[in-house]
Every structure is written in C-alpha cells, then in structure tokens.
Design a binder for this molecule. Sequence first.
Ligand code: SF4
Ligand code: SF4
Length: 332
Amino acid sequence: MKDDVRLPGEVHSFEVRLESIGGLGAHAAGQVLASAAVLRMGLNGAHFSSYGSEKKGSPVRSFVRLVPGERPIRTSAPVEAPDVIVVFHATLLRNPATFAGLRKDGTFVYNAPKGVVPEQLVALPRTARVVRVDALGISVEEKSRPNAALLGTLCGLFPFLRADDVLAALTEEFAGKHPEAVAANERAFRRGAAELEIVEGPGRAEGDLPIASSEPAWGYETQPVGGILPNPGNTAWNDLSASRAGSIPVLRTEKCIHCGVCDLVCPDFCLVWADGEPGGTFERQLMGVDYRYCKGCLRCVESCPTGALVKEPETPGLADRLRVPLFPELIA
Ligand code: SF4
Ligand code: SF4
C-alpha cells in the first residue's frame, strides 16, 4: 500500500471550484478527484455540485474540499474562497461570479486555445497563478471530454495530487459504463498535464478577490410589486454561447436558396431574416445566424438541402465576427 499524501506546506485544506456548464463533465471530474483523494491518497475529502436546470448547457458548479486524513470536514457549504478555480468554458469568463473569492496566491485554470488571453482575466489577483490549457481542443482530438484533460492539468499543477491515483479513479469511473472511453480519457489526461501553459501577469487586482454574495438579487422584501419581471423581453438577453461544444453553423450565402428549412428545425429561432430585394426572386432572405442564441446543435446544418450551412470549428472571436444580430437595438 502506498504512503498517504500530505497537503503541501502548512496548508490545512485545499479547496477547488469547478466552473462549468452541463455536458462538459465538471461533476464527474469533481467526483473523480475527491474519490481518488479519499480512497487512494489517504486524504479526507468532500464533493458536491450545484446545478441550475439539469440540462446540457446550464451552469454547473462543482466543489471539492480536501484536508489531511486525520482531520474531519465539518462543512458542506459551497467553496467560496477557493485555492483553485477551473473554468471549463471560456464563455463563463464573462460572468464576474466565475472569479469570486479566488485567493491572492490561488491558481486559475481556463480552457482556451494557445494564444488566447481573454481581457476579463484582468480581474484576477495580480499574484495569482494563471494557467491556460486547450482542454476542448484536446478532447476533440482524443475523442474524450474536457474533464479528463482538466484533471490532468490539475495533477500537473499540484504534484501532491498523484496523477496515477487520479487516473485510476477516472478509469474506474468509466470502465463499467463506457469502457471505450478509457484509453481516450487517459490520452486527454496526460495531454492536459503536459500541454498546460502558465500565462504571465494578466491579473491586476490586489489581494484576495471578494466572495460572491449568496443572497439572491430579489427576495420577499425587495421583489417588484406583483412579482413582475421589470426587464421587458428579458429572454432576449439570454446568451447560449456557453452551450456550444466547439462548432458553429456558418452560412455560405452564395449557396442559400432561402427555402427556410433551417428555420423550421432550429429550436432557438436564431436565424435572421430580412426582406428580399424589390422585384427579386426571394420575398425573404436569410441573412445569417445570431450566435448569441445558438446552442450549436447543428440541426440546421444537417437539414440544409444545398449545403449553404456548414459546420465549422468555433475559433476564438469567430461567432462575434459572423454574428447577425436578431435584435440590433439590444446591442450596447
Ligand atoms: S436550409 Fe439552407 S438553403 Fe434553406 S434557407 Fe437555410 S441555409 Fe438557406
Ligand atoms: S446550430 Fe443551427 S439549429 Fe442549432 S441552435 Fe444554432 S442555428 Fe439553431
């Protein structure tokens, strides 16, 4: 039997918050990490996740708390002041709550291709360690999921998390249900550890970041009279960008016959139409896609009879460049 792991230095607990959306495997990653720590490394640990509506594309937070084996854990509260934040999808960086509570000497891992340093990272503590890894790219290439790559990244950053033990727990998690995924997960895990990049100096904040308020914006004392939603058309402010898993539909205008089949199958009404030229062939013309509302299901691509809509990898900024706004008046 291997020796039990000690937490590094004088550290009394090690707290991780995984910021994700449904479908990227944050809950499973938290479960694997905690079970590896408790069952294989002799640490004490706790793990749970909080969800919105349980569906692909909804926000998910997963919390892991590790302490030395002889110490009990007497809280099951969410991790508010984490040592590590792992962001599974770069779109989540638009939400300031994603950064909340990070310690000034903490570690911040985000999932993005090489060379991408989102401007929002300026909100991080100046002294925090910031790490980029292309977990989505790795998972697509290895036919795995981002969680396997990001677990590898965590083990690469924190050697006390023994990679062999975490990988064994990951394998055990999938061996029964999806044995075909085991080899792919191992490749993604090892690449996540090997291909991480330390990003120098994007943060400008001093000290620990403030903890997010756990109070809802509206309660029984503050809600508008009648329980109305005072922001008219508020669903138009939705942003489904985080739901996409690496691909977007792109319109090749020259091939489009404006038949409307794509509009019939799109579940989120994100195709944008305009009146055709006076006297022209088409009464209505497809102008493009409002990617703000597009969840990347690609039904439109599968249904288009002429190949005018094609699946393309979503490189950073591509959706913003190609977006045709459905509600131009909403653009700030
Ligand atoms: S289904 Fe294809 S051809 Fe028809 S309107 Fe949509 S993009 Fe154009
Ligand atoms: S991929 Fe196509 S069908 Fe799916 S939400 Fe986006 S525009 Fe609509």
